[in-house]
Design a protein around this ligand. Structure first.
Ligand SMILES: Cc1cc2nc3c(=O)[nH]c(=O)nc-3n(C[C@H](O)[C@H](O)[C@H](O)COP(=O)(O)O)c2cc1C
Length: 327
């Protein structure tokens, strides 16, 4: 057991998960925090180049959306050795999110369930935050909304602050996103984005299963894939959390993340790559916590992977460790 895990099991995990995440945000937004996180930075000897949306990156590991929703701690995260960071998900207007409690941990299998529902400060305040930085790590912005015009507006407003976008239609905690689960609405969103396109973008799709992919899910994914292919979308992120019921959460349901998702993520990547045959950047998200898993996913056809829940269970040294082991 690492020292980080020992401290987490005995102290941090005794408190409410969102309270700890908020405390961490306060600590990491301090101007001295980058000195602290630079203790975990990846050495220049441990660089594994990859390309995502034609951008050369120093590592296939990225920080997944939702960790820094308000782009308030990017300066500290910049030091950790990610190939890129996904900021957001940002919406046009500030949102409080769902009622609390809205995160719960399952320490026995390194997973958690959240029902946050996009709490964020809204694009205006987030642009103020982004304007303060001069980051070394490339940034992708995750954007979402209730309508096509919300999303295209965000795309235009944030274009100067990132090298590309992740369009999030995947969160299980935001009812209005279901609008984009209609194939026509989804294709109209992509066509509207293509009309104003100045930066590449990936689509983050929902997760329809937790273990093997069943036939029904395959048919749904293939319909989405065909739309991405017909409209020259630059990349695909597979996938978000898996919807589950959980009475600890005020709203009674949320999205499961962490270790139990890994096998499904692997099946999804392999299935998507059979369709796209290495002609699209596919990024894996869900349950990834070791260098062996990263290698396995790259072999299945992923161009890169994203981490979230494993950082809570393994700590900030995880990125440095995986980067080193990948060589
Ligand atoms: C607390 C929490 C908040 C999240 N918020 C977002 C979000 O705002 N936007 C998004 O696209 N994904 C969000 N996610 C999903 C993650 O980006 C990731 O896709 C998912 O957790 C699976 O990866 P993991 O098993 O490595 O955590 C969130 C996940 C968690 C645990």
């Amino acid at each position: 057991m690492t020292l980080y895990r020992f401290i987490s099991n005995n102290i941090l995990f005794k408190f409410d998960p969102e309270f700890i995440h908020d405390c961490m945000q306060v600590i990491l937004s301090n101007k001295f925090a980058p000195y602290l996180t630079s203790l975990y930075s990846t050495s220049n000897k441990h660089i594994s180049k990859t390309y995502i949306m034609r951008k050369e990156l120093n590592s296939p590991l990225a920080l997944a959306a939702g960790f820094d929703k308000n782009c308030a701690i990017l300066k500290a995260l910049d030091k950790l050795g990610f190939g890129y960071i996904v900021g957001g998900t940002v919406t046009i207007n500030p949102r409080p999110g769902n009622l609390k409690p809205r995160i719960t941990r399952y320490v026995h299998n390194n997973s958690m369930v959240n029902s946050l529902g996009f709490p964020n400060l809204g694009v205006e305040k987030i642009i103020e935050n982004l304007s303060k930085y001069d980051l070394k790590t490339p940034l992708i912005m995750s954007i979402s909304g209730d309508s096509i015009s919300d999303i295209t507006e965000l795309y235009k407003l944030l274009s100067d602050y990132c090298f590309g976008f992740e369009i999030n239609i995947s969160s299980p905690n935001t009812e209005k996103l279901k609008y984009f689960h209609d194939y026509n609405n989804f294709e109209n969103l992509i066509k509207s984005l293509n009309e104003i396109k100045s930066k590449p973008y990936m689509i983050k799709l929902p997760r329809f299963g937790i273990s093997n992919l069943d036939q029904k899910s395959k048919v749904i994914y293939e319909k989405y894939f065909q739309i991405l292919s017909d409209n020259n979308v630059d990349g695909l992120v597979l996938s978000n959390t898996f919807p589950v019921e959980d009475s600890i959460l005020k709203v009674g349901q949320g999205g499961l993340s962490g270790k139990p998702l890994y096998q499904n993520t692997k099946h999804l990547i392999s299935f998507a790559n059979q369709f796209f045959k290495n002609n699209l950047d596919i990024v894996a998200s869900g349950g990834i916590s070791t260098s062996d898993e990263v290698r396995e996913l790259l072999k299945e056809g992923a161009s890169g992977v994203q981490l979230w829940t494993s950082l809570i269970y393994e700590g900030p040294g995880l990125i440095k460790r995986i980067n080193k082991e990948l060589l």
